[in-house]
Design a protein. Structure first.
Length: 289
């Protein structure tokens, strides 16, 4: 499906999807896991046939406490391909109760989340290429505009009349991923942690107040000022320290926080908003005469 030069693992994965398209009408799926299982078996067969030094895993651990539905690993255990799947059965089927439909969610809680997640896999350096595949078996979502970076592809297959699959296809690689931090997150996090003391002093907060504001225990905050992680992963740390005055930083912004200056700028902006809200509450406008 892709027009760019593909790696061995990418070619294998896309060949497996082409196989699924060609033989889709011979199968009857009921859940997302049925598709993942079918593709995993096919990938294992193709790896053996082509004698490739790749392994195929399902439910593979990825960053931010997520898991990829399928992953292809190299001989060095590097994730060459990670894939997320969503599936919506045809609404014309008589073997699935109407009360079960729709199965998939379109926006941030479903298909849209998968699209963002595969971008994060590549941005975090945890996968060379990642795919988000949404198989809309009966075209229930086909009229919706594709998510950013995604494309609708209509599959022509043999099968019953209710079978009219459309696939929302998303491929993210190192070359085309819009989330591109210029440095590894670990180095930036070290500077951010050490810089917390400067931020705290500039705002006149005590360590106790700063810990409460960031939602962590006092010993953890003190350790952070010393540049220690306290056993937490980079993702967990960044998620926690990004919560300021109820402000939750999105993935794209967190990936753009490459240095302490960026982090402090966010904190200062949040401080100004909080101060403005407090001032407005203390000095309401005078009533008109």
């Amino acid at each position: 499906m892709s027009t760019t030069a593909l790696s061995t693992a990418e070619s294998l994965f896309e060949d497996a999807l082409d196989w699924l398209r060609a033989y889709y009408g011979r199968y009857r799926f009921f859940a997302e896991r049925d598709i993942v299982w079918t593709l995993q078996l096919r990938l294992l067969e193709m790896v053996a046939e082509r004698q490739l030094d790749l392994t195929v895993w399902n439910d593979y651990p990825m960053p931010e406490r997520t898991r990829a539905d399928l992953a292809l690993l190299s001989s060095t255990d590097a994730v060459e391909v990670a894939a997320e799947f969503k599936y919506e059965p045809s609404h014309r089927r008589t073997d699935i109760r109407r009360t079960k439909l729709p199965v998939a969610f379109w926006d941030k809680d479903g298909v849209g989340k998968d699209v963002q997640r595969v971008g994060m896999f590549v941005a975090a350096g945890k996968a060379r290429t990642a795919y988000a595949i949404f198989i809309d078996e009966g075209g229930a979502f086909r009229d919706r505009p594709p998510h950013t970076g995604s494309t609708w592809v209509d599959w022509v297959t043999e099968g019953p009349s209710w079978l009219n699959p459309s696939v929302l296809w998303t491929r993210v690689s190192v070359e085309n991923n819009k989330f591109r931090p210029q440095r590894r997150m670990g180095r930036a996090l070290g500077r951010i942690l050490i810089g917390l003391a400067a931020w705290r002093k500039s705002t006149g907060l005590t360590q106790i107040q700063a810990a409460e504001r960031l939602g962590v225990c006092i010993p953890a905050y003190i350790a952070w000022e010393q540049g220690k992680r306290c056993g937490l992963t980079e993702a967990d740390l960044l998620k926690r320290i990004s919560r300021v005055n109820g402000l939750e930083l999105g993935l794209e912004l967190r990936l753009e926080l490459r240095d302490l200056a960026g982090f402090l700028a966010v904190l200062e902006a949040s401080d100004r908003k909080a101060s403005e809200r407090t001032t407005a509450a203390q000095h309401p406008p005078e009533p008109l005469p």
